[in-house]
Structures are given as structure tokens and as C-alpha cells.
Design a protein around this ligand. Structure first.
Ligand code: ADP
Length: 926
């Protein structure tokens, strides 16, 4: 039963409690019995088990040991040295040191641990140096033991009913006694009593502890319940935070700080509570300018990052200052604040998110947080987090509601403004109405200024809650006009810088704005409080500015107001821009319409000579389509342009004098056109207008040719008549009858020719004057033709034969007998005239459907195809080379066509050069 080994051979594992209590050998020695009785009394008398065990230890000396140690086995397997006693005081000191530094654990080599492991008494019969080594842990331990100098020892485990609860070690040293069976038996008896006492003391202790714990738990529960209740009372965010902080003080700490992670990630200190009001103020002052460093490796930021609570029992100042951005300042500003004695921090976590943290700071001297405090802090934080979360949601909802309301109001206002702005394209009226809409909703006074084309500023709208002041605003503008360049003008500055200017406190800027004393007095009379100037900007262009002013209402503008007025200004700017664009578009459209409809051709060249405008008239005059011309250099697109353009007069657009037009010939599609150009130069190029003078020019030419021909035509017969008359009048010349008759015939014929020329001229002027008197009646066309041919046959040139081809009893035509005769005479005369080599001339009458065709055919010179449609024109004559110098006025066919048309008929020609011509007159039947 007694294990007499110095080092036990059993494995160092817990063997489990021995089954049942070992039966002890009886103690019969009266001395020992007395000793045991004393021990029993002693142990029964006390419930303070530490004191009890101390007494036991002392009791054993000197009877059972020179020194003695009592160890208690704790729940975690360590041994706690609950009592030591020694005969010699120096050994007691050594034992105290031993107890402090080398408390055994379950698996230590010390005797007590061995006895516990063995579950029975272990006797160390004789300690030598090797034995000491085997039962110590290190050199210092060995040294201590050497000084204690045990010779022999007994370690006895202490049992409750079932389990080992400790051990008692007895040792003989200086007395040089040894443990024999008697001593061992006594030691075991003492140990049994000590075990019982220890067990009882433990139970008592546990019970006491449990009661303390229950009380503490109850207090905590009450505290936490109160916390929950308090938190539930308020949904106000700030108030909730205050409550959280206040609740912790002073129950948990001297002061408490609530940190909150805002939605933007910033960590803010939102509430500070302190047991002492004065200290709270100093603490708040101290913390005021000490922002946290969110990346700090210690303190609150670390708790926020890890989500784990932290406790620093005895923090240093450096550690406490470790989580602010400026640790030196933290220390320097501590001032009156009592330095913390303990610190802990717990995260505020709910729904998986860290909302912030609670920091608890103890500053009462000697107060240090322990795990229990931390656990309570965690519990408090759990409840606080829920409350803060609710308050946050509530606040967000409220903010959202307020915001929604504000948004609704703004949208309402902007919608109204939109309606005003889109109601009219006259932007001045629109802006006037907009200014009135803004007063008093947004301002006490609203002014709209608009930049003109020369960047001059015009005040187009003024609205003021007070009409008299509205007049004053206008008056001030008239007296001190706003200009963009004026450094004193705030509107000028807003326009120059193209950005919104906010004057929250107008008084501060009054002196910088006033131009002189009088202006300053005017501004003072307006009593301005606050102002905003927003430029009107559309498509990157500053069009003007809107000024919002407050006075009577005392309203002060802030950044929040800027957003709304900028939106309003953006809409107003679009309206102004639209109105201007519309105006310009209108102008352009009108110009385009004018260009399209004007009879003159319009050609616009830009500075590089590229054709930019080529209007419809230009197209129709020249036959060049716009798409073939536009965008190309004029020299390339307009044939002949390079040869003529330098001849064209160009007036300066700045001068009002118009350039004299100049006609130049240009050839288009094989036709020469005479175009009369006049140009105006402007900054971006030149505009030419031109008209087609080809006709006029030809007429002009024909006229001058006519004068030449007519005078020639008149002079020839006149000369002949004059010559004949002179010859006939001569007395000295004997003229035979034959000769006289010939001369008289000549006079008659040439007179007739003269008369016809004069007649033609007369008739042509009648045609021009529309004075043809035509009387339609049924006419026998064949009879008229016969009469004309008969007359022509009277003086026929040689080689000419005349014939009429007409059926018997042809229907009558609707005509003027005399005029039809005049037409046919002319056609037959031409046929004869233009058949200088003679040939047959036939007049042919062919009836058609409701018409009659009268043709005059010759086999004379003929007419070139390209001249066919021109011979009916006034004065038009073929080149005399083609007509072998046959004379004429070019009026005959012109008159014929006019007469035929007056008789509702048509005249036409078919001819082949050198082969003859056929003129046809088609008349309706009567
Ligand atoms: P004119 O007095 O020159 O004959 P007209 O008006 O009668 O004037 O005729 C115009 C031109 O038409 C003439 O100059 C002539 O060149 C041409 N012409 C008219 N009739 C004939 C014809 N039968 N044969 C050829 N050419 C003709």
C-alpha cells in the first residue's frame, strides 16, 4: 500500500479515483490519538477552509513534520498551494516562495502531484540530490529545494467520497527524523480529516460563490432588462445613443463612449457619458478634435474591424492614444481628465453588421475590468445594437419621408415652371412669368437678365413681393446698368465665370458690390439678406442669369437651395434657347422661302469660293441643278466662271450702295446665256444675284439690226423712186413711152414696197399694243387664196410658178377675210422672195376634222432646223448669208402669227435647208 519509490514507476496519467476509501491502519499511540482529536476539533471548528488548512499544516509540526504543504486540486487540473507551515521561519519564507513560483500541476514531478496521480500515499524515504532533481522542475526549483533540505517526505492524497481533491506533503529536514509506519498511519489519518474539512470548505465556498454569482447575475439581468426597456422607449437615433452611453455609467465604467460607423464608412464619436459632469465636459473637450484613425492596429478601429470585444485590464496611455490620428495631442489634451485605469471595447453588431462600438473606460483608482465586466458589456452592446439599428432605420425612414416631401415639392415647382416655360415661344414673356412664379416660393425678389447678341445685358424680368421695391430694382438697374465686365457686378461675375454664385449673407458682400454711396443706399433700401445668381446656360452658351434674393422673409440660402435653382435655370435656359432657335429658324425659313421663290438667281460663295447657295431660279435659268453645284468651287461647277467672275461688281455689305449690275455671257449646255450679275461681299463670302438677260439682249440686238435693215430697206426703194422721178423730170432727156412706163412702174412698185415696209412696222406696233381688230366670220379660204395668188402673179420674177390646190366646195373657215388675205400674201411673198432661183409655189387647202389646213409650199432656200422656232419672233431674220441678201424687216411672220392666233388658229413651219419650206396655217371651220 505504501509506495516507497522515490520516483514512481507508474505512468504519469490520472488513474481515476480509487474505488472506495482506503481503509486506514488504526492509530493506537495515545499521543497520536490526542493529536488526532485536536486536529478533528480544529477542523470542525472552522468553515474558513484556508484558515483550517493552515491550522492543519501548523498542527503537523513538529509532531509529523519539519514543514508541511497543503495543495488543493482545482477543477482545471492545477494544484493550488493553499497552506504551508514550517518549524523554522526561514523555511517558511522558502516555502512561501516555492508556493508562489512552483505551484505543481497535475503532471508535475513534485510529491503532491505524484501522490494524486498514484491515488495513494507516496513515501520518499530518503532524499538525496538525485531524488531532489527528480522531483523539481528546474535549476532554481532544485536550488530552493536544496535549501529546504528535505531528508524524507510523505505525500498523501486528499479525497472526498469519490474524487481526489488535493494532497498534503509532510517532510522531515533538520530534525533528521524519518517516517515509519506509525508516522505514515498518523499522516494518513490527518490527511483523511483534512480531506473531509477541505471538502466541506469547498462545498461552502461553492455555495457562497454560487450565491454571489446568482446575485450578480440577477443584478445584471435587471440591468440588462432596464437597458432593453430604456432602448425600446425611444426611436430617436441621437437619444438612443445618449441612453446607451448613460446606462453604462457608472454601473459598468466611469465613462462610456459610443462610436458609430456612418454609412460612408467614417467612424464618429456620437455620445459620451461620464459619471461626473465636470469630467464629462473635460472628456468631451479632450475628445473634440481627436478623430479616430480608422486603420489603427489597436483600440476601437480594431474592434470594429474584427468584430471581437477587447479588454485591456491596465492600459498604458500610449495604448489608449493608439487609435487616434494624433496620439501626441491625445496625451497633451488629457488635461483634467482622470487617466483611465482600465479599458474595454465591444462591437455593436446586429443583423451581421457592425454598427459601431461601445468603449468603456474605468478611471476610479484601482478599478480594473475583468471578464465579467466584458461579458456584461457584450450583453449591453447586443441590446444597444438592436436599439441603434431600429433608431437608424427609423431615422432613415423619417429622412426619406422628409426628403420625399421635399422632392415632391421641388418636382411640383419644377413641373409648374416647366408648364410656364413651354407655354410660349416669346421668351421674354416666359421669363417674366417664371420670375413671378419664383416669388415668393423661392425668393422675395427674382430678376432675369439676358445677354444680347453683342453680349449686352438686358434685364428682362423683375418680380418682387413688394411692388415699390420692384420699381427700386428697375431703377437701380437703369441707374447702374449691369455689364459683364464690371468686376463689382455679381451678375457680371456669374456670367463671366459661368457658375452659380451663392451669397448666404448679403451684408458681408454689400460693400464689394455697391458702386458708390447712392448705389449702396439703394441696396440697403432693398434690405437684402441672402442671394443666389445662376447663369442660364444652354448648349454650352451663357444666355443670361437668374438672380434670387431674399429680404422680407429673412430666408437664408444654403447649398441645398442651389440645386433647385440650378434645375430651374437649366429649364429656363432651354426655353430661352428654344425661343431663340425658333426665331432664327423662322428667319432662315423665310430667307429660304424668299430664295426659293425669288425670280433672280442667287449664288452664294464662301470665302474659299465654294458654292453655298444656288437657288431654284439659278437652277432654272442655267439648267444646272443645285446638287451638281453646291459644295463645289464655283470655277469648277459653273462653266466659264473663271473667265468672267473678275468682271463682276461686288459691293461691300456695310455700304448701302448697290453695285451696278454687269451682264456677262456664259455658256450652259451649248447655249450662250447673258446673265446680269450684281454681288454683295460680306465677312463669310459673297452673294451674287443674277438674271437672264439673253432675251432682252437679243431683242436689243435685233432692234438695232432692224434699224439698220429697215433704213436700208427704206432707202433702197426710196433711192429707186427718187432716181426714177428725177429721170422723168428731166427736160433734156428724151424718154420714149416704153421707158417712161417702165420708170413709172418702178416708182409704183418701189412705193408699194415702201408702203409694205411701213405697213409692217405699223402692224407690228399694233400687235405689240394689242390693237388688232379681228372680226371672225365664215370665209371661203380657197377664194382668199386665189385672190392672193392672182395679185402675186401680177409681178412675178422669172422662173416662179404659182398654183392652188383646193377641192371644190370646201367648207368655210372662221376667219377675218382681210386678215387671212394679209397672212397668205405675206407667206406667198416670202415663198417667192426666198426662192431666188425660181421654182414652183403651191398653195394647198386640206380640210381636216373641224379645221382647215392652208399650206404655202416653196422649193427655195429653206431654213436651218435650229432656226425654225425663232423665225416667228419679232425682228428675227436669218443670217443674210443664208438668204443671199434678200431684204426684209423680220416683222412679217411675227405679224402673221399674231393674226392667226387672233383667229384662233395655229401657224407652223416645216423646212429642209436648200430644199424649200412649207408654212401651214390651221384654222377652225366656221
Ligand atoms: P422678212 O421681212 O425678213 O421676210 P419675215 O418675218 O417674213 O421677215 O421672215 C423672217 C425670216 O424667215 C426671214 O428673214 C427669212 O430668213 C425666213 N423666211 C421666211 N419665209 C421663208 C421661206 N419661205 N423660205 C426661206 N426662209 C424664209
Amino acid at each position: 500500500m505504501h509506495n516507497a519509490a522515490v520516483a514512481p514507476e507508474r505512468p504519469l496519467t490520472f488513474p481515476g479515483p480509487p474505488s472506495g476509501r482506503p481503509s486506514l491502519p488504526p492509530v493506537s499511540d495515545p499521543d497520536a490519538l490526542r493529536f488526532l482529536a485536536d486536529a478533528t476539533d480544529l477542523l470542525a471548528s472552522s468553515i474558513d477552509y484556508e484558515a483550517t488548512l493552515g491550522s492543519i499544516a501548523r498542527l503537523a509540526i513538529p509532531k509529523l513534520a519539519d514543514w508541511c504543504i497543503v495543495d488543493e486540486l482545482l477543477d482545471d487540473g492545477t494544484l493550488s498551494r493553499v497552506a504551508v507551515a514550517a518549524n523554522l521561519s526561514e523555511k517558511r519564507d522558502l516555502l512561501e516562495e516555492l508556493r508562489r513560483r512552483y505551484a505543481p500541476t497535475w503532471d508535475s514531478p513534485q510529491p503532491a502531484a505524484r501522490a494524486l496521480r498514484a491515488g495513494e500515499t507516496v513515501v520518499f524515504e530518503r532524499f538525496d540530490d538525485a531524488g531532489l532533481r527528480a522531483t523539481t522542475r528546474d535549476a532554481e526549483h532544485l536550488d530552493l529545494m536544496r535549501r529546504l533540505g528535505p531528508r524524507t517526505a510523505v505525500a498523501v492524497p486528499l479525497f472526498t467520497k469519490e474524487e481526489p481533491i488535493g494532497a498534503i506533503t509532510f517532510a522531515f529536514a533538520e530534525s533528521e527524523r524519518t517516517y515509519g509506519p506509525k508516522e505514515i498511519a498518523l499522516a494518513e489519518q490527518v490527511a483523511r480529516r483534512a480531506g473531509l474539512a477541505l471538502d466541506r470548505a469547498r462545498l461552502l465556498r461553492r455555495e457562497r460563490e454560487a450565491r454571489v454569482q446568482a446575485e450578480a447575475a440577477q443584478k445584471q439581468m435587471a440591468f440588462l432588462a432596464r437597458a432593453t426597456e430604456l432602448f425600446a422607449e425611444s426611436l430617436d437615433y441621437e437619444e438612443t445613443l445618449e441612453r446607451v452611453a448613460n446606462l453604462a455609467v457608472p454601473r459598468l465604467a466611469e465613462w462610456c463612449i459610443v462610436y458609430v460607423v456612418e454609412e460612408d464608412g467614417e467612424i464618429r464619436r456620437l455620445a459620451v457619458a461620464h459619471a461626473d459632469d465636470a469630467e464629462r465636459r473635460s472628456a468631451e473637450e479632450h475628445l473634440q478634435d481627436l478623430p479616430l484613425d480608422p486603420d489603427a492596429p489597436v483600440g476601437v478601429p480594431r474592434v470594429l474591424r474584427t468584430g471581437e470585444p477587447e479588454l485591456v485590464r491596465e492600459p498604458t496611455l500610449e495604448l489608449l492614444a493608439g487609435d487616434v490620428q494624433d496620439p501626441d495631442r491625445f496625451v497633451a489634451t488629457l488635461g483634467d481628465v482622470r487617466p483611465p485605469t482600465s479599458w474595454m471595447c465591444v462591437p455593436l453588431v446586429t443583423r451581421g453588421r457592425t454598427l459601431g462600438a461601445l468603449a468603456f473606460i474605468a478611471s476610479a483608482p484601482g478599478r480594473h475590468f475583468d471578464d465579467e465586466d466584458l461579458a456584461l458589456g457584450v450583453e449591453l452592446a447586443r441590446r444597444a445594437a438592436v436599439a441603434i439599428d431600429h433608431a437608424r432605420i427609423h431615422r432613415r425612414e423619417q429622412l426619406a419621408r422628409v426628403e420625399a416631401e421635399a422632392v415632391r415639392e421641388r418636382l411640383g415647382f419644377l413641373a409648374e415652371a416647366g408648364a410656364v416655360l413651354s407655354s410660349s415661344l416669346d421668351y421674354e414673356t416666359t421669363l417674366e412669368r417664371l420670375a413671378h412664379l419664383a416669388v415668393p416660393a423661392l425668393a422675395d425678389c427674382c430678376v432675369v437678365d439676358v445677354l444680347g447678341e453683342g453680349r449686352e445685358i438686358r434685364q428682362v424680368a423683375v418680380a418682387h413681393v413688394d411692388f415699390a421695391k420692384e420699381q427700386l430694382v428697375r431703377h437701380l438697374e437703369a441707374r447702374y446698368p449691369t455689364t459683364e465686365a464690371d468686376p463689382r457686378s455679381p451678375v457680371g461675375r456669374a456670367l463671366r465665370e459661368a457658375r452659380t454664385l451663392l451669397f448666404p449673407n448679403f451684408a458681408a458682400d454689400r460693400d464689394a458690390i455697391a458702386r458708390d454711396e447712392e448705389h449702396a443706399r439703394g441696396l440697403d433700401a432693398l434690405g437684402l439678406v441672402s442671394g443666389m445668381i445662376v447663369p442660364l446656360i444652354a448648349r454650352g452658351q451663357t444666355l443670361g442669369a437668374m438672380t434670387f434674393l431674399t429680404a422680407e422673409s429673412g430666408r437664408v440660402y444654403g447649398e441645398a437651395d442651389v440645386g433647385l435653382v440650378e434645375q430651374l435655370a437649366a429649364r429656363a435656359a432651354i426655353a430661352v434657347d428654344n425661343a431663340r432657335l425658333f426665331g432664327e429658324a423662322e428667319e432662315r425659313a423665310q430667307a429660304a422661302r424668299a430664295l426659293a421663290t425669288v425670280g433672280d438667281g442667287v449664288l452664294m460663295l464662301d470665302a474659299r469660293g465654294i458654292v453655298r447657295v444656288w437657288n431654284a431660279a439659278a437652277e432654272s435659268i442655267t439648267g444646272l441643278e443645285a446638287r451638281a453645284v453646291l459644295g463645289r468651287p464655283a470655277e469648277e461647277a459653273i462653266p466659264g466662271w473663271s473667265a468672267v467672275h473678275h468682271l463682276l461688281p461686288v459691293a461691300e455689305s456695310s455700304r448701302s450702295a448697290r453695285a451696278r449690275a454687269q451682264a456677262v455671257p456664259l455658256e450652259f449646255g451649248g447655249h450662250e446665256l447673258w446673265l446680269s450679275f450684281s454681288g454683295v461681299g460680306f465677312a463669310e463670302g459673297t452673294v451674287f444675284t443674277f438674271r437672264d438677260l439673253t432675251e432682252e439682249r437679243r431683242l436689243e440686238q435685233l432692234k438695232s439690226e432692224f434699224v439698220a435693215t429697215a433704213s436700208h430697206e427704206l432707202r433702197t426703194p426710196l433711192a429707186a423712186v427718187y432716181g426714177a422721178a428725177m429721170t422723168l423730170r428731166r427736160d433734156d432727156l428724151e424718154l420714149g413711152d416704153e421707158r417712161q412706163r417702165m420708170l413709172l412702174t418702178l416708182v409704183a412698185e418701189e412705193s408699194d414696197r415702201l408702203a409694205r415696209i411701213v405697213n409692217d412696222i405699223l402692224w407690228a406696233s399694233r400687235v405689240d399694243a394689242g390693237e388688232l381688230d379681228v372680226q371672225l366670220s365664215p370665209v371661203d379660204a380657197a377664194a382668199v387664196a386665189r385672190r392672193v395668188l392672182d395679185a402675186a402673179g401680177m409681178h412675178l420674177s422669172p422662173g416662179i410658178t404659182l398654183s392652188l390646190t383646193a377641192d371644190e366646195s370646201l367648207p368655210a373657215v372662221a376667219a377675218d377675210d382681210g386678215k387671212l388675205g394679209q397672212v397668205l400674201t405675206n407667206l406667198v411673198d416670202n415663198a417667192i422672195k426666198y426662192s431666188p432661183d425660181g421654182g414652183p409655189i403651191e398653195v394647198r387647202l386640206t380640210p381636216g376634222r373641224g379645221t382647215m389646213l392652208i399650206e404655202v409650199c416653196d422649193e427655195g432656200l429653206g431654213i436651218p432646223a435650229h432656226e425654225l422656232d425663232r423665225i416667228f419672233e419679232k425682228f428675227y431674220r436669218l443670217d443674210p448669208n443664208l438668204t443671199r441678201g434678200v431684204g426684209g424687216t423680220g416683222l412679217g411672220l411675227y405679224i402673221c402669227r399674231a393674226l392667226v392666233e387672233r383667229m384662233h388658229g395655229r401657224i407652223s413651219v416645216a423646212s429642209e435647208e436648200g430644199r424649200g419650206s412649207t408654212f401651214g396655217v390651221e384654222l377652225r371651220l366656221a
